[in-house]
Design a binder for this molecule. Sequence first.
Ligand code: 6PG
Length: 472
Amino acid sequence: MEKTQYDFGMIGLGVMGRNFLLNIADHGFSVAGYDTNPDKTSALEKEGEERSVKGFTTLDDFLAHLSSPKKIMMLVPAGGPVDAVIEELLPHLNAGDLIMDGGNSHFVDTDRRMKRLTEKNIHFLGIGVSGGEKGARFGPSLMPGGNKEAYEIVRPILEAAAAKVQDEPCVTYLGTGSAGHYVKMVHNGIEYGIMQLIAEAYDLMKRGMQLDNQEIQRAFQAWNEGELQSFLMEITAEIFKQPDREGGEGFLVDKILDSAKQKGTGKWTSQSAMDLGVPIPTIDVAVSMRFISALKQQRKEAARVLENSQVDNGEEDKQFLEGELRNALHFAIIITYAQGMALLQEASKEFNYGIDLAEVAKIWRGGCIIRARLLEDIMVAYKHQPKLPNLMMDDHLAKVLLQQHLDAVEIGKMSLQQGVPIAGLTSAIHYFDAYRSERLPSNLTQAQRDFFGAHTYERIDKEGVFHTEWNA
Ligand code: 6PG
């Protein structure tokens, strides 16, 4: 049915934009999409036939058909395109209109845009959208940040479109400024960490234990039925079922080049953590491992020059499959969330976001890529103790970590003996061990700094700052 005024507008009708708009339309809102490509507007209208959905190929037309205040989301590639859309829109907007950026924008850009638009009395929300195309279509996790008043304007629409867990929408107001995009960035950092850990478990099963794809599939499927239940575990089990339809026999997974790409959000997480002085080694390692994976040609040559003669027939190691490997993975995944949450806690302080970690865990329970059973425990942990210094210190999770730690160590030993790299898992073990070490060897580091650079040190037995003439 043709309307004159639509409730919600979308700029950019790629897969994500189109699907999200259709999702909103499913909930009874009238929606308008703008894209200069008429194929995209007609695809939108065709799919939205039965609902109040309209496509426009000119900006004037699109804007003239939005109800006031205008609510316009853009789902366009991060960076320059977001600025270009804002510049194009600005002359046509009135005070109180709202622009939402649903892409994976860098939080610094979001703050800059928010400042500029606020000066012009235009509302701006940076909204992390997670869940891929299916999520966008049937319920993503939404991570909005900005001004609270702006959030209230679109709250009913976002709540209707978001994924639901126990009838509660996977969206909430996260905080001021770029809080939403910061939370989404850390979500992606955790996503990198977990994906790396799952890839390591695969490598250990394949090269370390010499299992075939069906056995590996069964392991992931079984793990997905227990405490490791999560979206990433579920899709991993599915991936190992997929036959190769293009190149003849075998499984598709074996035909895919082992060189992983990245769009940058994992790297941004590590960069921001470095700036804030927050250790997130498992996420850092995951980013580095993607870089190492991209050195395919060098690895090919090195496989010859630095040949690994450690990998054996894997017979003995199969005993680790049922218990130790599963527990090691669970241990390291808890630690990856702990690192991400610690970063969010510090960023919230530093940037005055006002982020509630229990709420973050709550909206990550559904719709998003890192949704997992474990997030229930994480939510409860922060509900009980909002200022918990580190997730590993939660009573329940601390118990789980202590129970599973030695299994992780067993897997660590096996991988070192076989020369199968598991930098993510070992980084998690080291993070755990470092965090629980009352005394670390950093006294020596301080002594060295003072020795070569007179950088001074503090003492354990008295207050003050000291310097020693070391070689005197
Ligand atoms: C999501 C995903 C999504 C995207 C990743 C891919 O939450 O829906 O995280 O945002 O698929 O950003 O990231 P890389 O290309 O960096 O792996």
